[in-house]
Design a protein around this ligand. Structure first.
Ligand SMILES: *Cc1c(COP(=O)(O)O)cnc(C)c1O
Length: 434
């Protein structure tokens, strides 16, 4: 199996090279040259998530240096559960896929941990100088820092906008030390991203530090996200006698794209509905409009504040005419007021506390057209509500229990350095620990 650039089908590399590079040299994103049909029966026979992951992902590593290491990568990366729980009170059949049981209590742990475990097993990785530079609006940086912390072959530098992440997110970004350095930037997320892009555009810095990226453009974060859609759809289709539909909180389209790929590979998935916050670029596109990127708007579901989702390029590669997507892909935008209303109501009626991102999907569930009401739906819960307790607790009127992994992180001391949003300050910080 080879991976090609979305912009040039003749540029092809192996899985290992796609993971190493992140972005193709022509600025395109790496996609598998084809989506191999999976064997649902073989997958259904898997007893654990790492085993299922191995069956599902083997074709992508076929002929690659990672082929023989894949079993140990999946065993190491997927060592936490993704349980599916039913909401019994609902008048239709509704389940919740809980993707927040990893070390940083958000779904980004799946991709970050897989990427870290895979990169560690690449030849020469440990002898090369390597720095992973990541700008974050909240969850990505924490998941990447946690996944790469304690791996001596790599330095991780995380940039986040000071004062613009939740207190617990900040703790997840800045509690690591060792090979992880956290820079708190006086500026916005866009400033952080501009600093990172500037560093990647400077060949001297890229060369000197061996800069790599670990954001969701890396195909090594998308592939493992297919695993929980495969596991959930197979289990529910078997139990209920029909394929479930998924409602997915969506920002940069990475999580949803993994579901679309899993469906394309033959997993028993009915409709897919994307829930966005007020940043509705994807909604307008899916509803048949033009692709119209715009500046992002700040919302309560801040990890989804994306005005120009980069993974759309991958969606278009799959289906340039939208033909295969039509009929089973929908999208809906949700306002902050609707997020608040949903968190309060679903707590009272169902006893469920959602994070603000998950609340967009829960809101969309109640708005599904009647014609779709018959099937089973799965709300994809992307983060633990206790991570956003400043928003959620006043709405549910109670203190949320903190999961064990998050409690461990909250007990650690903070290590961070403050910088201004100026390239010279980033360069100085980067060169300091060479
Ligand atoms: C990143 C994130 C999202 C959005 O996922 P995309 O893959 O960017 O669409 C949704 N919810 C939470 C909690 C996140 O951290």
């Amino acid at each position: 199996m080879q991976f090609q650039s979305t912009r040039d089908a003749s540029h092809r590399v192996t899985l290992a090279a796609a993971l190493r590079r992140g972005l193709a040299p022509d600025g395109g994103l790496y996609v598998p040259e084809r989506l191999p049909p999976a064997e649902p029966e073989r997958l259904a026979a898997a007893r654990t998530m790492p085993e299922l992951a191995l069956h599902l992902l083997s074709p992508f590593a076929a002929g690659d240096v990672l082929e023989s290491a894949l079993a140990s990568v999946t065993a190491e990366a997927l060592d936490f559960p993704a349980p599916v729980t039913d909401i019994d009170q609902a008048s239709t059949r509704l389940s919740v896929l809980e993707l927040f049981h990893g070390p940083t209590a958000a779904f980004k742990d799946f991709g970050a941990r897989f990427l870290a475990a895979a990169l560690e097993r690449l030849p020469r990785m440990k002898s090369e100088r390597r720095t992973i530079l990541v700008a974050t609006s909240g969850d990505t940086g924490g998941a990447v820092a946690a996944a790469f912390h304690g791996r001596p072959w790599v330095q991780v530098v995380v940039l986040y906008p000071r004062g613009l992440v939740s207190a617990r997110q900040r703790q997840q970004l800045a509690c690591w030390g060792g090979n992880v350095r956290t820079l708190s930037v006086a500026g916005t997320f866009d400033d952080c991203q501009a600093l990172v892009k500037g560093a990647f555009a400077d060949p001297a810095i890229v060369q000197e530090l061996g800069l790599s990226s670990a954001n969701s453009i890396n195909v090594g974060r998308l592939l493992p996200q297919m695993i929980y859609y495969a596991a959930t759809s197979l289990a529910l289709a078997k139990r209920d006698g029909g394929p479930p539909g998924f409602i997915i909180p969506t920002g940069n389209l990475g999580n949803a794209l993994a579901c679309i790929w899993a469906r394309q590979m033959g997993m028993p998935i009915a409709d897919i509905v994307l829930a966005t916050n007020a940043n509705r670029t994807v909604v307008d596109y899916v509803e048949g409009g033009e692709w119209q990127p715009r500046p992002s708007i700040a919302t309560l579901a801040s990890a989804m504040d994306v005005g120009n989702p980069s993974n759309l390029e991958r969606l278009r590669w799959l289906d340039p005419d939208r033909a295969a997507l039509r009929g089973h892909l929908d999208a809906c935008a949700v306002s902050d007021a609707e997020i608040r209303e949903t968190i309060g109501r679903d707590w009272r009626e169902w006893g469920r506390a959602w994070c603000p991102h998950t609340a967009t999907a829960a809101w969309v569930y109640r708005r599904l057209p009647a014609v779709r009401d018959g099937g089973r739906w799965v709300i994809v819960a992307t983060a633990h509500p206790a991570k956003f307790e400043e928003i959620v607790e006043p709405l549910v009127g109670t203190t949320l229990p903190v999961p064990q992994s998050l409690a461990e992180i909250l007990a650690r001391p903070l290590f961070e350095r403050q910088i201004a949003a100026r390239p010279e300050e980033l360069h100085e910080a980067l060169l300091e620990h060479r």
